[in-house]
Ligand binder design. Sequence first.
Ligand code: CU
Length: 666
Amino acid sequence: MKTLITVVLCLLMSSLAFTQEEKKDIKKDTTKLEEVLVVSRRKLSNYRQEKTLSTIDNYLEKSNNVTMIKRGNYAWEPTINNMVSERLVVTIDGMQIFGACTDKMDPITSYVDVSNLEKVTIGSGQEGTENGHCVGGGIDLQLPTSKFNGSGFKSGVDLGYETNGNIRATGLDLEYTGNKFFISTDGIFRKADNYDAGGNKEVRFSQFQKYNISLQSGYKFSETQSIDANVIYDKATDVGYPALPMDVSLAEALITSLTHYYNPEGKALKSLETKLYFNTITHIMDDTKRPDVPIRMDMPGWSDTFGFYSKANAIKNRHHLTFNLNGFYNKSLAEMTMFSNNPSEPDMFMYTWPDIRTLYAGIFAKDDYDLSDNEKIATSLRLGFHNNRIAKEVGLSSLQIFHPNAEDQKSRFLVSFASNYELKKESYNLSFGLGYGERAPSVSEGYGFFLFNSFDNYDYIGNPDLEDEKALEANFSFKQKFNDFEIGVQSSYFYIMDYIIGDVAPNVSPMTIGANGVRVYNALDHASIFDIYLNSSYKISERFAINGTIGYNYGKGSNNENLPLIRPFSYFAELNYNTSKFNVALQLDGNGNQSKFSSIYGENETASYAILNLNLGNAFYGKVGKTILKYGVENILDANYSTYADWNNIPRPGRNVYLNLSYVFP
Ligand SMILES: [Cu+2]
């Protein structure tokens, strides 16, 4: 292990005298706190040599600030700056959508696939508030923009196979683009059996199966106006969650939107985009395949969201202005039925989310002001009204057992603002910023009823009286180029007030058989989270390049305890060789041991690990199309390991050989 760290450090240091050109299709700028990952899956070289049929989860995981929490081999939960979903705003093309699982088995990212998306925008901290309020950051999964370029028919086929887990994936897309009309459709199917951890140890209940289809169509009325309709249907069945006591028999989403675009010419207003949307999610958990459960349960959940946004872009002198007026209405309902083992006793039924209605309306404004040709100040503000209502009366009376003063409604007024200075020079870039943001508690934090958390083995009860969580934030980044060498540092610090987390309720007995007890959501007076990443790259020659990243993260609460799910020391290094028709990359990816774990929240010390991956790609250009072949070996040394982000330490996949083939018919 130590030798590996030394190797990484040497790689970073040795490159400490030299720069790499910005890779064309990577658009990854370390000095900005907003990162754009282009889902360029049918290109030979893309960010960190990703597979063409890689999942969105895999894409996201390559970003510095993002870590994926894994409860199995499917539907990973993204975190930004060591903060989980409640502290983030995750949207699909600006649309709010909320998972229907009380146990976080269905993050939003699990309801789309790479075939649906064009790019992913990741904003760190208050840079992520364009679509909603957050503390940790925002992820917007962006759909393809409409095209009216008359390029005619186009199609593509993807085929993928991976040995570990016998993963099969097939994708097909067809598109027709005229001058006034376009239609495109795509479908993807993925099926996996249980995977093996290092040393051929089968991880039971790690299988999954899903398909996703989407249809997008647009019509251009005039030079300045067009309309676009989009439907995504995503259905996962037979999804195993080895880290949890239950699996999922159905996770289904229908995501629809209608968008109007207005792009006037020769005016200060450059674009006006208005979207109306609706999405509905059904989530059914399943314990019938588990051999021994103390009691059988049915736990379905539903989430429906209606919403709109209207987004304007304007340029006036040196100001680039963005406005976004948005609103949504969400209905979240989840139930639990416990089937008695003794036929003479009645089954028990309760609402785990008692039909919570959330109404939000807000406005966002941002001004990017060019101080000079290479200096910019960006200032943003979001104001919002947020209201929660408990629609099931029995849900309110149940919560009143723990919170006697709870009312059926609660309204909040939320504020976020941020300011960022950026300097871009020939050889270096510099930026720093300050921000303040607030967020409302999530449905589970506010209104959840006996939600079992298998991480710390407690049942959780929501708290309708929670204050807004508030965060002060400072960030800094710097990047310097020296000929062929480039080095960058990026860092952020969050001081979070009223940090929401569960408190043990000593006199309450849990509903879940075998649970340690009950926790009620409450807040720490404050908590601090800090992260710093050092990135470097060196272009050894025209075709050879190396790049590396090391990261350090820290998180502590006002109770002097470590916060849970804080990433330990991490490193990544890659040596790559690129030509226009072939590339190869050798990667080293690892973490130090997690010495600052949070035992009170169910963590133990996760050991250090390092894995090696080899990725290769070939491009063949024929008269009738292009073929991209990607293949390689992941975890070459078959290490048996788990990371701090693996729920209940479920081990990661061992050695895996993969092959992805894409054919693009022009
Ligand atoms: Cu679930």
